[in-house]
Design a protein around this ligand. Structure first.
Ligand SMILES: *Cc1c(COP(=O)(O)O)cnc(C)c1O
Length: 403
């Protein structure tokens, strides 16, 4: 026999609970089967009791699922949990992080609108703006992330969106999100923050005044490098537009991936604390080593924006980058000498990864563009995982010895 559950029970129990409780429990709607873990609804469509019921659901007069490109109960659970964690009125899931960015801009911008993007965003994000949105008449300008007066000067009457990643990749530069939100709002523009590097466990941009948060769930939300996904979170007014685009254009999230992400979110806080502790220990250790010329990590007192990082983040993240002596040759020798750490450009995984940004993620930029972005040939990026920190140090020591 199945039991009927009071549909409101799970939600009403979560009034006023803390972040870690929301990460484990928010968004679950228990079915009459009484399952404890989240159910996985692997179905593309839904049946109706009568023709009239079908008509009412299609017309939106009665709530309920119609087709999984529009809504799916497992995807909805993930969306509701993210909305709770980001303090958003609504969240909507996408097939990848890039689909989250695509859907946000497609939903909110039109030809003739102007967008400001921070210089140091994810490579595919730049390509999306440069190669595609520009083709459809969206004007795009780039601004150095940390320079508030440069943002103020660049903003125009037709500026619709400001788009930033903070901390930036790979140099861990920050922008004061609250101050930038004020700059945007003074001109009637919206601030969009790609919060992929921090996750809501370390930084909640909407609480700081941002209007929209986008994520690649592929990274820390999954946390174990298994599958792709993304999410957009914000106020219902804007999310309505994003949902409309997604339903029509179709980059919706697979329910299977949503289920993986629900499991990932249950351990998000624990994992981020461990990622940050490992990253902090390695950053401090690297700063002491001969052959290391500079370490970029917001958790270091030597970081120029360390005070801002302490104010707007509750942890400094898992990405540590550093410059070694002997330029590109030194960096490549360092990377090739590691044995445990994986040579890959991915991040947000329990396994630590190492990469040479100048010839991978930023390899398509011209030498001048790389110089302007501060990506030196001597730069190495490590996305710190969850292995024992002594083993990670020992592996990086192999790299140092090869310098
Ligand atoms: C990976 C990444 C993306 C793109 O996400 P995908 O899931 O790979 O599409 C966007 N922004 C940042 C900061 C990323 O690291």
């Amino acid at each position: 026999m199945t039991q009927e559950w009071d549909a409101g029970r799970l939600d009403s129990d979560l009034e006023g609970v803390a972040f870690d409780t929301l990460a484990v429990r928010a968004g679950q709607h228990r079915t009459p089967e009484g399952e404890h873990s989240d159910p996985l609804f692997f179905t593309s469509s839904y049946v109706f009791r009568t023709a009239a019921d079908a008509a009412a659901r299609f017309a939106g007069e009665v709530p309920g699922n119609v087709y999984s490109r529009y809504t799916n109960p497992t995807v909805r659970a993930f969306e509701e949990r993210i909305a709770a964690l980001e303090s958003a009125e609504q969240a909507v899931a996408t097939s990848t992080g890039m689909a989250a960015i695509l859907s946000t801009v497609m939903a909110l911008c039109s030809a003739g609108d102007h967008v400001l993007v921070s210089q140091s965003v994810f490579g595919s994000t730049i390509s999306l703006f440069e190669k595609y949105f520009k083709r459809f008449g969206v004007q795009v300008d780039y601004v150095p992330l940390a320079d508030l007066s440069a943002w103020e000067q660049a903003i125009k009457a037709n500026t619709k969106l400001l788009f930033v990643e903070s901390p930036s990749n790979p140099l861990a530069e920050l922008v004061d999100i609250a101050a930038l939100a004020e700059v945007a709002h003074a001109k009637g523009a919206m601030l969009v923050v790609d919060n992929c590097f921090s996750t809501p466990a370390l930084q909640q941009p909407l609480k700081l005044g941002a209007d929209i948060v986008v994520h690649s769930a592929t990274k820390f939300i999954d946390g174990q490098g298994r599958c792709m996904g993304g999410v957009v979170a914000g106020r219902s007014e804007q999310m309505k537009e994003v949902v409309g685009f997604l339903r029509t254009a179709g980059p919706s999230l697979s329910p299977f991936n949503a289920w993986i992400f629900l499991k990932g979110l249950e351990t998000l806080s624990l994992r981020m604390r461990a990622h940050c502790a490992n990253a902090q220990a390695l950053a401090e250790w690297l700063e002491q080593q001969d052959g290391i010329e500079k370490v970029h990590y917001a958790g270091l007192e030597s970081h120029p924006q360390h005070e801002l990082a302490k104010r707007q983040m509750t942890g400094f993240g898992a990405v540590v980058s550093f410059e070694v002596k002997d330029g590109k040759a030194g960096a490549w020798r360092f990377i090739d000498a590691t044995r445990l750490i994986s040579i890959t450009a991915n991040l947000g995984d329990s396994k630590t990864t190492i990469t040479h940004p100048g010839t991978t993620s930023h390899g398509r930029l011209s030498p001048q563009e790389r110089e302007a972005a501060g990506i030196r040939d001597s730069l190495i990026r490590v996305a710190v995982g969850l292995e024992d920190v002594a083993d990670l140090k020992a592996d990086l020591a192999r790299g140092l010895a090869a310098l």
